[in-house]
Write a protein that binds this ligand. Structure first.
Ligand code: CMP
Length: 146
């Protein structure tokens, strides 16, 4: 069965690599069922990453995610959550360069904070974040994606 995930093209890659990344996504067999380009408010970014509130890098992360436009996507494919995580590669681009050089983070990320792309870590988290970003439109996509 098809699954949905939430993906984000982060502000560090928007200007130079947005088109490349969208091409890879489509080439990887994902359907883009929702797409929104937006500058996140501080409040939205804090809510989006609320699970990381206690981390020492939280304020840097929020600052970074608000500094310019992001592209936020709902991707649909079989096993989409895992497939997208594998296409992204490990969180730290330096680690990614060593272990999965063809991954998006290896190719487009700069450091562990400025790591090019985000993906939900579970199906449940994907559903929650899709609803947070896309509201009821996101839920409609679920009905029409199977
Ligand atoms: P992401 O997959 O969006 O999930 C949380 C983000 O926090 C992560 O990608 C990075 O942008 C950032 N991050 C994770 N670990 C660190 C760290 N140790 N130092 C700075 N930023 C981090």
């Amino acid at each position: 069965p098809k699954q949905r995930t939430l993906a984000v093209i982060k502000p560090d890659t928007m200007e130079e690599h947005r088109e490349n990344i969208l091409e890879e996504i489509r080439g990887g067999g994902f359907s883009v069922t929702q797409l929104k380009e937006t500058v996140l408010s501080r409040q939205m970014a804090e809510e989006f990453y609320k699970e990381l509130r206690e981390k020492p890098f939280f304020s840097q992360l929020v600052e970074f995610m608000c500094r310019g436009p992001c592209t936020i996507l709902v991707l649909t494919k079989e096993n989409a959550v895992e497939e997208w995580r594998s296409m992204m590669g490990p969180t730290d681009p330096n680690h990614a360069k060593a272990t999965s050089p063809s991954s998006l983070r290896a190719r487009f990320g700069s450091d562990i904070l400025h790591n090019a792309v985000h993906g939900a870590s579970s199906e449940q988290q994907a559903d929650e974040k899709i609803h947070f970003i896309f509201g009821d439109i996101g839920s409609d996509a679920k009905l029409t994606s199977d």
